[in-house]
Design a protein around this ligand. Structure first.
Ligand SMILES: [Mg+2]
Length: 388
């Protein structure tokens, strides 16, 4: 079997959701699907996918390790975030092909299942504290065992869109109040996940985390910016809550310091950024030797959801899986086959490959040019930039 074609498929579903899928075809008539991790760089990553095609087209799709090394190292300069996103989509599609070619779910090729189903957390959205509280209660009623929301903006309300202000001290205070209210609303048995989204600085994060201790969050996510993983050493000494980080890191080397020095509690590997299944499995097993659990980052579409759950089904050290919305509840026109969900847990079906399929007629109807845009932009009150 040989890879014959690699196609970028930026698409919009009938419901308006957009995805950048990568489809890898073979001469056996089997194809695989992958997804890229940074949607607002889609146009640039599409070029990287095309460039990497020079190395992958004509190769045996079973040789995922050799192809990973070829893609990461053949440029002489190690693959960066852009190339790692492109590699991720291709690698994931190759693992989908491998499963289909032997009629097995991909998680079985990874040694699974070690669990029958994977506990997941949804995104609770709202533009006010009350909406977050109400959304949390609704999620619990639907069966979710976890709820997750993010850093509120400076005005005491939540980020509307585009350019807005985030004043760190006020945001931290509102965040603490809100966590108390959510804990009160959902009771002691529901896990709370809170995403700082790299928006604060060390002193505010430290104070906020100390004030949140009494509400026992499951983890605090991305409390620091990601450029200097070693800074978790400082935070670790001052904060007494479980720390989750890693969604912005590409390749195992970005995770090296925080794993080896046990600076985080949960590794937020993004399979569509880090280098696909090949790289994510290595980081997962390496984290296991330091008793660090994975919480794969999954803000994307049904292909990302499927590959995350496949890894969790095959790994012993899993905390919880991010699952913004219920699988099978959105974009079913584009993805008629998606993974399964019930009562707060997801699992891959017993079908060959990743268990997700695309309708190519729907993909043609929803075809887009490769995209690029800027996420909402945040400023401090003095006009300086802060992370979105
Ligand atoms: Mg996050």
């Amino acid at each position: 079997m040989k890879v014959t074609k690699i196609t970028n498929l930026p698409v919009r579903s009938e419901g308006g959701a957009i995805y950048h899928i990568v489809k890898v075809d073979t001469d056996a008539g089997i194809y695989g699907l992958g997804e890229i991790g940074i949607m607002n760089w889609s146009k640039t990553i599409a070029n990287a996918v095309e460039h990497l095609g020079d190395l992958v087209i004509g190769a045996d799709p079973w040789e995922t390790e050799r192809l990973w090394q070829d893609m990461f190292r053949s440029g002489y300069w190690p693959a960066d975030l852009v190339y790692c996103c492109a590699m991720s989509a291709i690698d994931i599609a190759l693992w989908d092909i491998k499963g289909k070619s032997v009629n097995l779910p991909t998680y079985k090729l990874l040694g699974g299942p070690v669990r029958e189903k994977v506990v997941c957390y949804p995104h609770i959205k709202g533009t006010s504290q009350q909406e977050i509280i109400d959304g949390s209660k609704k999620a619990v009623d639907e069966g979710w065992k976890f709820v997750r929301w993010g850093q509120p903006d400076a005005m005491g309300e939540f980020k509307p869109n585009r350019i807005t202000t985030l004043e760190p001290d006020k945001s931290a205070r509102v965040a603490v109040e809100l966590m108390g209210a959510v804990r009160e609303a959902v009771g002691p048995d529901i896990h709370l996940c809170f995403d700082v989204h790299t928006q604060l600085e060390v002193p505010q994060v430290v104070q906020m985390c100390r004030d949140m201790e009494e509400f026992r969050p499951y983890f605090i996510e991305d409390p620091l910016r990601s450029e200097n993983p070693g800074s978790y050493r400082n935070l670790r000494q001052q904060v007494n809550l479980p720390i989750a980080a890693g969604e912005q890191w590409a390749s195992k080397w970005a995770f090296r310091e925080v794993i080896e020095e046990e600076l985080i509690d949960y590794a937020r590997i993004d399979l569509c950024i880090v280098g696909g299944i090949t790289e994510a499995a290595k980081i997962t097993h390496w984290a296991e030797t330091h008793y660090i659990n994975i919480v794969p980052h999954n803000p994307l579409g049904p292909v990302s959801a499927a590959v995350c759950v496949a890894l969790c089904m095959a790994s012993a050290n899993v905390g919880v899986q991010e699952m913004p919305v219920r699988p099978g509840s959105v974009s079913t026109d584009l993805f008629p086959q998606q993974i399964e969900w019930e009562d707060g847990f997801a699992w891959c079906p017993d079908s060959p490959g990743l268990g997700v399929d695309i309708d190519m007629d729907a993909a043609e109807r929803g075809a887009l040019d490769p995209l690029q845009w800027w996420p909402p932009r945040l400023r401090r009150e003095d006009g300086s930039i802060t992370n979105w």
